[in-house]
Design a protein around this ligand. Structure first.
Ligand code: HEM
Length: 502
């Protein structure tokens, strides 16, 4: 390559770089002016001065959670710069109540979700135009946790067998998050589509790849103009091709069921997500393609959230070993009295509290109950939110507020165990704890998620001792993604050792 050629490349790259920088600054200026004009009355957290918006956006990208914490201490309502626009954050029960009461055409969760994850490009527009799958999760899926319990426990044991293959009676070190992802993938797949696919590593692998794709591609294409989004999304992960891969697994299962049900006077006794979706789907959506898309969507929402929670719980069990014996005792007595079923899981109040405390201290996004204003919206104190704004509640700062949680930085595993379960058990919706959101869009999968975590922990505690592999390093620290989303350390290891039978 000649020198002139090199110079040409450097010049082109430099002018492309300056062009991109100029475009970035223009976008920032437009967002900043728009914010000043429409949200001028709201205080801002982050840098001030002439480059406040671009600098603020960068600071929020890395340390958004700290800005939200700062805003929470200073203001009832404030804004912070995000992706060439503003995120409005509100604090306090009355604001939450107003959000809870707002209709979907005033404040929309779906529109926010679609903007954040770009579902119409990363999975398919069908997911956003018809959300019947939410009712399936709320209804038949949740109702059947009890009736499918023995399958789920069986799957926990199989998944544990996979990850502890060849383990001796000595300590076995495991990559905690990776192992948890495997266990949760298997349990969810067993519940959703049955044992043939839960033991099929190719299927669970495809589903895990989908989850990564939605998070990464969704984030990357978000700032692009709409005309470029499908092209870029397709280049990163060909959703048509990848959906066909899932369809190839679902098609024979569905075909066999339809055949059986035709022979059997339209009676099909299948009891899994495929059946629940099929029964709930409007006629035009009763096809392999649509059912596969819903399965993909539900996998994406279910697996990483639950895996993060379980990872935090295992890190805490391994760190605060003094909780192991009292938990074991509770689990042992509940199972001895009720057996391995949903009733015994519901009775494990100490375990429930331990899970909730793990989430309070380590999990939880910086801003929760996120919504998009579909029209101008006025809170009951007169705070005006213009159409198109994104807003949410400083849910994590609330979880660390000593007015609600004495010694908030301290892990107190049984903090909630003697409190009113209607308000304080893990699945309860409570304006002082918004892990699962609030109102009509509160997470419908929470009962399943908590049951899964309890099952795995109960099985582990009765069969194994647990410790951090690197005890000197202490409890693995959580990491922040894009400033507002927290994830457990995905490299840290825990060690398990089979308990001696007494
Ligand atoms: C620990 C695990 C989980 C956490 C922390 C979690 C959290 C959340 C949150 C915060 C929301 C939004 C609520 C709102 O803004 O008001 C949500 C919605 C949702 N979650 Fe979960 N989730 C978890 C597990 C699951 C599971 C296992 C499923 C099952 C399939 C699921 C399915 C859904 C669905 C379908 C929605 C949308 C509801 C709607 O649009 O009305 N989630 N989740």
């Amino acid at each position: 390559m000649s020198l002139a050629h090199n110079r040409f490349i450097v010049a082109t790259t430099t002018s492309f770089g300056s062009g991109a920088l100029l475009l970035f600054l223009i976008f920032c200026l437009a967002a900043s002016l728009r914010g000043r004009r429409r949200l001028g009355g709201l205080p801002t957290v982050g840098p001030s001065g002439i480059f406040a918006f671009p600098l603020g956006m960068l600071v929020a990208f890395f340390y958004g959670h700290r800005l939200v914490e700062e805003g929470y201490k200073k203001f009832p309502v404030f804004k912070l710069p995000r992706y060439f626009s503003w995120m409005i954050v509100v604090n306090g029960p009355q604001y939450l109540e107003d959000i809870r009461k707002a209709t979907d055409d005033q404040l929309s969760f779906l529109a926010f979700l679609n903007e954040a994850s770009q579902f119409e490009y990363t999975i398919g527009p069908e997911i956003m135009t018809d959300t019947y799958h939410n009712n399936v999760v709320r209804g038949p899926m949740t109702r059947n946790i009890g009736s499918r319990f023995s399958d789920l426990i069986d799957e926990v044991d199989k998944a544990m067998g996979d990850i502890l293959k060849g383990a001796s009676e000595d300590w076995t070190g495991l990559p905690c998050h990776k192992s948890v992802l495997h266990i949760i993938s298997r349990i969810s797949t067993r519940f959703f589509v049955g044992p043939m696919l839960s033991s099929n590593a190719k299927y669970t692998d495809i589903m895990q790849k989908w989850a990564v794709h939605v998070a990464v591609t969704g984030f990357a294409i978000r700032p692009l103009p709409a005309c470029l989004k499908p092209m870029v999304s397709r280049a990163v992960f060909d959703i048509k091709e990848k959906t066909r891969e899932v369809e190839a697994y679902i098609r024979p299962i569905l075909a066999e069921r339809l055949e059986k049900s035709a022979e059997n006077d339209n009676n099909d006794d299948s009891n899994d997500m495929i059946a629940w979706l099929w029964n709930a789907a409007p006629a035009e959506r009763r096809n392999v393609h649509d059912i596969s898309l819903r399965l993909i969507f539900l996998n994406v929402t279910a697996i990483h959230t639950t895996s993060a929670l379980l990872t935090h719980v295992l890190f805490n069990l391994a760190t605060y070993n003094e909780y192991v014996e009292p938990l074991r005792e509770e689990i042992f007595h509940a199972v001895q009295k009720e057996g391995w079923n949903k009733v015994s899981m519901d009775k494990m109040r100490k375990l429930d509290s331990f899970i909730k405390e793990s989430h309070r201290l380590h999990g939880g996004e910086a801003v929760g109950v996120v919504r998009k204003a579909m029209k101008d919206f006025t809170f009951s104190d007169g705070t005006f939110i213009p159409k198109g704004s994104n807003l949410g509640v400083a849910s994590r700062a609330l979880n660390h507020d000593e007015r609600y949680y004495p010694n908030p930085k301290e892990f107190q595993g049984f903090r909630f165990s003697d409190k009113d379960p209607l308000k304080w058990q893990m699945t309860a919706l409570n304006p002082e704890f918004m892990t699962f959101g609030a109102g009509r869009h509160a997470c419908p999968g929470r009962f399943f998620a908590v049951a899964e975590v309890k099952m795995v922990v109960a099985r582990i505690l009765l069969d194994y001792d647990i410790k951090l592999t690197d005890e000197k390093a202490g409890r693995p620290k959580e990491k922040w993604i894009a400033g507002l989303f927290v994830v457990p350390d995905t490299n840290a290891r825990i060690s398990l050792k089979k308990r001696a039978l007494v």
